[in-house]
Write a protein that binds this ligand. Structure first.
Ligand code: NDP
Length: 291
């Protein structure tokens, strides 16, 4: 299933996420995903596994041009020249000469001028054809508005935390109103059990499991199907071949409007990740190595 972005570029709706995928298993996870049928990988400079993502794509035997490669610029590389250089670091590590999607990983509220300059560098890369689409991540509507006041290109995506326990309906709406695609991170609520707290995990939610039972599907498949029916892109992460396959097998069934409403009603309004306004260079800055 493909989604056409606001600049006409076509992106596969499902991508493999690789946050917290250790470099030593990333190549296998990516090659397995491509063999399964995935044609989109979501990584980031800050994940320290771009090199292995590139290796996995090469090992898959599928031509690079058929894979949608998305990566992110970390805040320590914000600023016009710094972000142009961050692009060079990422493509060199990935072993490619262009990117399909390059996004800003976080808004930097305390140094928004640097965020603007970083985005202007993305616009320049877009003009030069080095990237096919550009976007943002973790931008709340006020950040998008501030960005729009000083830049030209409407972001193609806004990648935000989005699962049944934190579905940010107001951010979904703000994105939609501007023609920005909502891309869900932690789309199956992985963040609700990162720390092994399975009692609070979306995977064990009785309402989700009940819907899963009605379709003979897993909780993960129901959550992904919900997002796809909402028109979102999803980037579930797994290092296990069985789950990589399960998360891609979400097309043979359809959730009813009632089931969609049940999933929307599970929102607790409490984010699992950090508040985007708490992201500062002092607290989260770290050096992204040269290629
Ligand atoms: P996900 O919602 O994708 O969940 C991943 C977790 O669930 C892992 O622990 C995985 O374990 C497990 N899992 C995967 N598939 C299944 C399944 N079918 N059944 C049961 N458990 C499963 O969470 P993430 O936080 O990893 O988010 C996905 C991607 O989003 C990231 O990899 C990254 O690309 C992106 N992201 C972006 C952020 C941003 O700030 N822009 C922040 C966080 C994530 P295992 O690997 O062992 O299968």
């Amino acid at each position: 299933m493909n989604i056409t972005l606001n600049n006409g570029i076509v992106m596969p709706a499902i991508g493999l996420g690789v946050f917290q995928t250790p470099p030593e298993v990333t190549t296998d996870a990516v090659a397995t995903a491509v063999a399964t049928g995935y044609r989109h990988i979501d990584t980031a400079a800050a994940y320290a596994n771009e090199r292995e993502v590139g290796e996995g794509i090469r090992r898959s035997g599928v031509d690079r041009s058929e894979i949608f490669i998305e990566t992110k610029v970390w805040i320590s590389d914000y600023g016009y020249e710094q972000t142009l250089h961050a692009f060079e670091k990422s493509v060199a590590k990935l072993g490619v000469d262009y990117l399909d999607m390059l996004i800003l990983h976080q808004p930097l509220s305390t140094a928004f001028d640097k965020t603007i300059a970083a985005y202007q560098a993305l616009e320049q890369l877009l003009t030069e054809g080095r990237v096919r689409a550009i976007g943002v991540s973790n931008f709340m509507p006020n950040h998008v508005e501030a960005l729009r006041e000083q830049t030209q290109v409407v972001p193609a995506v806004n990648q935000i935390e989005l699962h049944p326990y934190f579905s940010q309906p107001e951010v979904q709406k703000a994105n939609k109103d501007l023609g920005i695609l909502t891309q869900a991170w932690s789309p199956i609520g992985g963040i609700t059990s990162y720390r092994g707290d399975h009692a609070r995990s979306t995977f064990n939610d009785p309402a989700i499991l009940a819907i899963a039972g009605e379709h003979g599907k897993s909780a993960a498949q129901v959550m992904l199907r919900w997002q796809l029916q909402l028109g979102h892109s999803v980037i579930p992460k797994s290092i296990r071949p069985d789950r990589i396959a399960e998360n891609f097998d979400v097309f043979g069934f359809e959730l009813s409007p009632e089931q969609m409403s049940v999933l929307a009603s599970l929102d607790k309004g409490v984010r699992g990740g950090p508040d985007p306004d708490s992201i500062t260079l002092e607290a989260f800055g770290r050096d992204i190595p040269e290629a």
